[in-house]
Ligand binder design. Structure first.
Ligand code: AGP
Length: 606
């Protein structure tokens, strides 16, 4: 997601802030900015695009007199990636500048409240509400800390912020809830950042802020408080990582970091989209959009697998017929399309050539296009009639992991939204779905380390395999396809995903002791069928890894059990298991996990 750096000290802050942001570039961003105090005035310099554009604006020598400031690289979630939406944001009185990571869910109502007090806004962002609110309370007589405390108690959502005030260049104020923020403690200087690499060359002494903690930092001191301004004593940690490891948050590979990012991805993807009190799904983008009679889902690779998974749900729970096509086939088939049909394109990067071409073909035929994208302002996002962002944050590893989970979650939200609008879902079902979704991040957070250990054991046991079958039925079928793709693309082991019921129509001829099978045997109405398919595999001497739950009676060479979750929510445990098995196989075989041979992160050519 976005990158934050704050500095108070003795060095020229402008080059330091730029270099710190450069160490956060790997996280992906689409605009950047700095703010610093000079002669009791705030200088705010921002630019679209890359840091080099920002540097080109920092050419006045007096800028290099500043010895403090804040900087930000923005990954757009609300508001296009244009200069006016870039951070830092200024209060209307020009007194405060603030940078922020996270999503302020109730920014609309707060913005309205402030506008009624005559405060005007200069951006479309949720962030600007926070700096205007703090400045508003200071103008009413509160101290800066009191104003911060009051403001944070009013906002809902996630935040990590850094704030500076024009007449106190040796101070900054910071706070976090749900989005990470770390203090870096130096000699005669102090730092704050969203990510350790930003200041690692200067200090390894850090304090990890916890949720609902704020801090006042000067060049020689710091004090952390809770939201009631009770002072807190915090442990100082010495970081042992180098820059490379720090960029991966201490994980060995970006892929592993992104697999472990998935609980937070669920939180971010659900932010502002579920109303826990009313037990309903909120998708403002689709409020006035007609419910489609038929959907053509078009995508490539992992995104295609997410679309296929969504098909089963949309058909069953929203009773909308769905066709799912690989984009490179759709664009050349003569598909009979009706103007009432909806084309849904799914793309993490938003730049996949085949998917973009399919979108343009649909638009030529006057069909409406709904884009499910992870990159704000990407080609597919811009050319879709409506875009639902999957909020997975930048995905660095070529093998897509958290993006697929966010695509599936977005498809599930869409299904619940349309199913409810069509009055096909009971309030009990909706309530249960919302409850399970709200608990999913904690469940996954708890399970991921366990899944990783099991995956590592199984990988070492099966690393000899030269081929693998992945079998599943119903929702397990798209997951089987995805598990096979993950194994292929990062371990280079041949793998075939198959509908379990299809095995007997030929592929079963391949089964022998040297051709193991990974089976999705989770609890749903097709489980008994999968169990009998596995008996056919076993009868031919095939080894089986069965991903299942403790309650299921299934014979396999290796049972990999996960806690019971009802379908379709159990898919959100199965997918990380499949990802981790492929990851551990690739690591054990010494492959280049983040940059597999022959692959690109975004296939922008036919
Ligand atoms: C996924 O692991 C692959 N890297 C690849 O299949 C990818 O999903 C596909 O190229 C589609 O990319 P997109 O989602 O950015 O359109």
């Amino acid at each position: 997601m976005c990158g934050i750096i704050g500095y108070v000290g003795h060095r020229p802050s402008v080059p330091l802030l730029i270099e710190s942001l450069r160490r956060l570039e790997y996280r992906g961003y689409d605009s950047a900015g700095l703010a610093f105090c000079l002669n009791n005035k705030l200088q705010v310099i921002k630019s679209e695009g890359k840091l080099s554009n920002l540097e080109n604006k920092l050419n006045q020598s007096e800028f290099f007199l500043a010895t403090s400031g804040i900087g930000h690289t923005r990954w757009a979630t609300h508001g296009l990636p244009i200069e006016k939406n870039a951070h830092p944001h200024l209060s209307i009185d020009g007194r405060f500048a603030l940078v922020h990571n996270g999503i302020i869910e109730n920014y609309g109502e707060l913005k309205e409240k402030l506008e009624k007090k005559g405060i005007t806004f200069s951006s479309e962002t949720d962030t600007e509400v926070l700096v205007q609110l703090i400045a508003h309370y200071v103008r009413k007589g509160d101290s800066i800390l009191q104003a911060i405390s009051k403001s944070l108690k009013e906002i809902e959502g996630s935040y990590a912020f850094a704030l500076i005030e024009c007449s106190q260049p040796d101070k900054m104020w910071v706070g976090r809830h749900s989005s990470p923020l770390i203090l870096g403690l130096g000699q005669g200087e102090n730092f704050v950042a969203s990510d350790i690499p930003a200041f690692l060359p200067y200090t390894k002494e850090v304090i990890f802020l916890e949720n609902e903690e704020i801090a006042e930092i000067t060049t020689t001191s710091y004090q952390v408080y809770d939201l009631d301004l009770t002072p807190l004593n915090k442990k100082v940690t010495t970081i042992k990582w180098d820059i490379q490891a720090a960029q991966k948050g201490g994980f060995k590979h970006f892929m592993l970091k992104e697999i472990f990012d998935q609980p937070q991805v669920i939180r971010d993807c659900l932010t502002g989209r579920i109303n826990k009190s009313k037990k309903s799904v909120i998708l403002p983008e689709l409020e006035n959009f007609p419910i489609p009679h038929k959907i053509h889902i078009i995508a490539c690779g992992t995104s295609f697998h997410a679309g296929l998974w969504g098909k089963y749900l949309l058909e069953e729970l929203a009773q909308i017929p769905v066709e799912v096509d690989i984009a490179s086939e759709f664009r050349y088939r003569k598909v009979p399309l009706s103007p009432q049909d909806l084309v849904m394109v799914i793309s993490q990067s938003g730049e996949t050539a085949d998917t973009l071409a399919a979108l343009r073909l649909a638009k030529e035929k006057k069909l409406k296009v709904l884009g499910l994208c992870n990159v704000v302002g990407s080609s597919i996002a811009r050319e879709s009639d409506i875009t639902l962002y999957t909020q997975a944050g930048p995905e660095i590893s070529v093998a897509s992991t958290k993006a697929m989970l966010s695509q599936m979650l977005t498809l599930l939200l869409l299904t619940l939204f349309w199913g409810n609008k069509k009055q096909l879902l009971t309030s009990t079902f909706l309530e249960k779905a919302i409850t399970v979704l709200s608990n999913l991040p904690e469940i996954l957070e708890e399970q991921l380390p366990v899944l990783k250990n099991s995956a590592e054991e199984l990988a070492q046991k099966y690393a000899w395999a030269r081929s693998f079958f992945y079998l599943g039925r119903g929702l397990g079928y798209p997951l089987a396809l995805e598990g096979a793709l993950k194994l292929k693309e990062i371990s280079y082991i041949h793998a075939e995903g198959y509908a379990a019921g299809e095995m007997k129509h030929g592929p079963i001829a391949l089964i022998d002791p040297d051709f193991p099978t990974f089976a999705l045997a989770l609890e749903d109405e097709l489980l008994s069928k999968v169990v009998s398919n596995l008996k056919e595999v076993q009868a031919r001497g095939g080894k089986i890894i069965a991903l299942t739950t403790p309650e299921v009676k299934v014979e396999a060479t290796d049972l990999w059990t996960v806690p019971f979750l009802e379908a379709p929510f159990n898919s959100f445990l199965a997918l990380p298991a499949l990802q981790l098995f492929a990851y551990e196989m690739a690591v054990y075989l010494g492959k280049d996990v983040d940059q597999p041979r022959n692959l690109a992160k975004s296939v922008t050519v036919e």
